[in-house]
Design a binder for this molecule. Structure first.
Ligand SMILES: [Zn+2]
Length: 123
């Protein structure tokens, strides 16, 4: 049953795929983004996402009209670049409010204080 080896990773992807989508929408709202850049950016935040996972996710966001894409030429290579749409911006704004609401529900006061302390720059 070798086909089941990826199951655990898939399950955690299920839980975090919403976070990954929000992360992608956030960056696509600031500048146009492409697959490899997103994979590296997400890795910096502790999400190990393979191209086999990211590209279908980008396609589904585009199909839902939250992202739009075009081909751009970079150093002789064609690169598929994604930017947020007006619909995507509305969804992102709404998702931020939902995220805040969720955080205020699932995090205790102590957890919020601890997170705040760890996010405060020490310099
Ligand atoms: Zn980021």
């Amino acid at each position: 049953m070798g086909s089941k080896t990826g199951q655990k990773a898939e399950e955690s992807l299920d839980l975090f795929s919403g976070f990954i989508k929000l992360h992608v929408l956030h960056h696509a709202s600031e500048h146009s983004v492409y697959g490899l850049w997103l994979i590296e950016e997400l890795a910096d935040h502790g999400y190990r996402v393979s191209p086999g996972t990211l590209y279908p996710l980008l396609h589904s966001l585009e199909k839902s009209q939250l992202l739009k894409s075009d081909n751009q030429l970079h150093g002789g290579k064609i690169r598929r670049c994604y930017t947020i749409t007006a619909v995507g911006r509305r969804h992102l704004k709404k998702a931020k409010l939902q995220l805040l609401e969720l955080m205020s529900e699932i995090l205790t006061k102590e957890e919020v204080e601890r997170l705040n302390a760890s996010l405060t720059p020490t310099t």
